[in-house]
Every structure is written in C-alpha cells, then in structure tokens.
Design a protein around this ligand. Structure first.
Ligand SMILES: Cc1ncc(COP(=O)(O)O)c(C=O)c1O
Length: 404
C-alpha cells in the first residue's frame, strides 16, 4: 500500500499547484475523525471547511446515496426528478423562502444571485440599477462574478479586469452602506458572519439597518449563507438570529453533507427575474445530490443537529474564551464566532501558520480564516469529548509556539 509520502509526491507532479495540502493523504472518516492511508487518526475540526454537517460516513447518508445511485443519478435540467422536488419543498418549508434554484457549489449559487440582481431590475425596466454592493474582507467564491464581489485584493490579483459595477464598503458600518446604496444599486451582498474574512460576526442591528437601507433605496438585499447556513450557527439559517429576511440567499457547504450541492433561495418578490432560458446548470440539483440533501435533513431531525450545534457551540465558545483568558497562553488573543463556526485570533507576536501546523502535528485538523484566526467548524454532531480534545490540543499548540 502506498504511503503518505509516496502519494504526496505523485500529487505534487500531477495536480495544478493551486492549493497547499500537507503530506497527509486522507482515506477514511467516521463522525469527527479521519484516518490517513497509513492509519493515523485525526480529529477533524476543519469539518471539510464547514461542509460536513452530519460528519464523515454517516450510515443514513451513505445508504441514501447508494440507494439513489442504483435508482437514478442524473436527469439534467431537461426534467424534474422526484428527489429535487422533495428537497426544494423541504427547503422552502424550513427557510421561509418561496423558490429554489440548485447549483453545484457556493460560488455558483452566488453567480446566480448576481444574475438575479441585475435581471430583476432589467425586467422592471430599470436599466440603471446594475451596481452590486459588497463588503471589504468578504468571500463569495472563486468564479469571476463571485470573486469580483469578494472584497479581498489577493483574490483579484492577476485576474483583472473584474466585473464592473461593484462597490465595497466596510463590514458592520451601516453609515458607509447608506452612503453608497442608491438609485444605481441592484443588490447588497452580505454574509451574516464573514467566515473566510476572519469569523467576523455582524450585529443584528447592522443586518436590520441593511434591510431598511435597501428597502428605502429600492435595492435588493442578499445574504450569502454558504458557510453560516444549515445549522452552523445554531439556527437553520444565521439570518434567524436577526429576524431579517433578505430577498434571496445562497447556500452550499452543509446542504449535501459533503456531496457537491448548492442552492439559491428566493422570495416571490424576485421570482419573475430569471425566466425560462436565462440561467441554468447541467448538473445542478441532480437526483443523487438531492437524495444526499434529503438524507441530511432527515438526520438533522432525527438527531436534533441544529440544537446540538447551538449547545455544543456554546460549550466550544466557553472553552475558547477560557483559553483567551488564560495568562499562560499569550498567543490566544481573541475568541471569535458563534455556534460551530468559531476560532481564536492568534496574537500578532506569533505566526498563525506555525500554530495551525503545530495543531495538525498533534492530530487536530483546523482551517485558517482571515490570515490569523485558527478556525474550528466541526460536524454538527460533534460531541462534548471532541470539543474538549480539540481545545486542549489547541491550548498545547498555542503554548508551544515561539514568538516570531
Ligand atoms: C461565504 C462563502 N460564500 C461562498 C463560498 C464559495 O463556495 P464554494 O467553494 O462551494 O464555491 C464560500 C467558501 O468558502 C464561502 O465561505
């Protein structure tokens, strides 16, 4: 059997070098644990970057996929499938949105939102409204439209020109938003929590004010819930904490429990914008992915995973806060986030990458956010003992790293 090192060498010669994976080749998972090809065990608190809503290898999800694979995998958008209709109906029931468009990823769901924004005003005869307002430090994906509304220069470098008509404002600053939203604005894009940007949580008041600003100006308000949706914050959608109903939102990550699937959810108000032929995807919402989506929701209900995310999220928050308060861990500067999307900002005197790598060498997987935050986004069925282990190992890692 090939070793981690042998497979890593093959990968380095074979793949486009656009990622920076470590020489750990994962082969198997169960719940919050993964094993590499050599049988080494890791506690997975990266959660596949907030994707593994029901954990690795959940038997209900595995069986639903196997059954569906033996029944019908693909129809294309030429036909509905029973599974897609069932999942769309479940999503509208659980979210308060009226209609669903399925994509394969978060970036594609956001592309659909961008097109929806412009097309909505076009169909109303308001050709002037093409501007998209987004925020500094946002992250909406890597395709050209989504990257154009991503407020981080490093993702734009060398790929210009970006989509025209995009304006950025500081996140959390309602006055700044009010100053740019006007008769040219098609839509405002907000993440309820800027996850990739460093786990920065918007106040409920900011989100409510954004709704008021958009309504007064005749602009649409869209939430990107790709990372915050699907129970991650302890509510099915993070928007529920503020009570704000955007005109549409994007979902992906947790929706398929690891099977590629995304969705744009819209209200009836904007339903006339994307008429027949205006947008589409060959694979989006195929029966296999939608069977996964239905299994994920079944597991959510049977195992009360949104409730578990809230309870375990509160516990994780307390543990991380204690770590920040511990004077013997000066590298832990600040706790950020909510629910099962939380992290520790590493003090500027220390190198966050060293902390991240040290934690991994202790067999705990995490993800970096905003360049200096060690992010935890474990499966929503995470257990108390897993949280204890992750935070204990994080404390050891942060204690052990040297100053820059
Ligand atoms: C808020 C947000 N939007 C969009 C995306 C892009 O999703 P995907 O990688 O599935 O295209 C991400 C991915 O991290 C995200 O966090």
């Amino acid at each position: 059997m090939a070793t981690n090192r042998e497979l890593y060498e093959t990968a380095q010669k074979t793949f486009v070098p656009n990622y920076r994976q470590p020489p750990i080749i994962l082969a198997r998972g169960e719940g919050c644990r993964v094993w590499d090809v050599e049988g080494n065990e890791y506690l997975d608190f990266s959660g596949g970057i907030a994707v593994l809503s029901v954990g690795h290898a959940h038997p209900t999800l595995a069986k639903a996929l196997a059954d569906q694979a033996a029944r019908l995998i693909h129809t294309s958008n030429l036909f509905f499938s029973d599974r897609a209709i069932e999942l769309a109906a479940e999503l509208t029931k659980r979210t308060g949105f009226d209609r669903v468009y399925f994509s394969n990823s978060g970036t594609e769901a956001n592309e659909a939102l961008i097109k929806l924004a412009r097309r909505y005003h076009h169909t109303r005869g308001d050709a002037r409204r093409v501007e998209l307002v987004a925020t500094h430090k946002s992250f909406h994906g890597r395709t050209m439209g989504a990257v154009s509304i991503t407020g981080q220069a490093k993702y734009h470098e060398g790929f210009g020109p970006m989509l025209p008509g995009v304006r950025f404002v500081d996140y959390g600053d309602a006055d700044a938003l009010r100053a740019v939203v006007g008769p040219d604005t098609a839509a405002v894009f907000l993440e309820p929590i800027q996850a990739e940007g460093g786990i920065i949580v918007a106040s409920n008041e900011y989100l409510r004010e954004a709704r008021r600003i958009c309504d007064e100006a005749g602009a649409l308000l869209f939430f990107d819930e790709v990372q915050t949706g699907y129970g991650r914050t302890g509510r099915f959608l993070a928007r529920e904490w503020s009570g704000v109903m955007p005109d549409a939102c994007s979902l992906a990550k947790g929706i398929g429990g690891g099977v590629p699937l995304g969705a744009m959810l819209i209200t009836e108000k904007v339903a006339g914008a994307l008429t027949t032929g205006t947008h589409g995807s060959t694979f989006g919402g195929n029966p296999l992915a939608c069977a996964a989506g239905l299994a994920v929701l079944r597991i959510f209900d049977e195992e009360k995973l949104v409730e578990n995310a809230e309870t375990m999220g509160r516990y994780l928050g307390e543990k991380l806060a204690a770590l920040v308060a511990d004077a013997s861990i000066p590298a832990a500067a600040e706790r950020r986030g909510m629910g099962l999307l939380q992290g520790i900002r590493v003090d500027a005197a220390y190198d966050p990458m060293v902390a991240y790598q040290q934690l991994r060498s202790q067999r705990v997987l995490s993800a970096i956010a905003g360049g200096d935050v060690i992010r935890f986004a474990p499966a929503l069925n995470v257990k108390r003992a897993d949280v204890d282990q992750a935070v204990e190992q994080l404390a050891i890692a942060l204690r052990s790293i040297p100053k820059k």
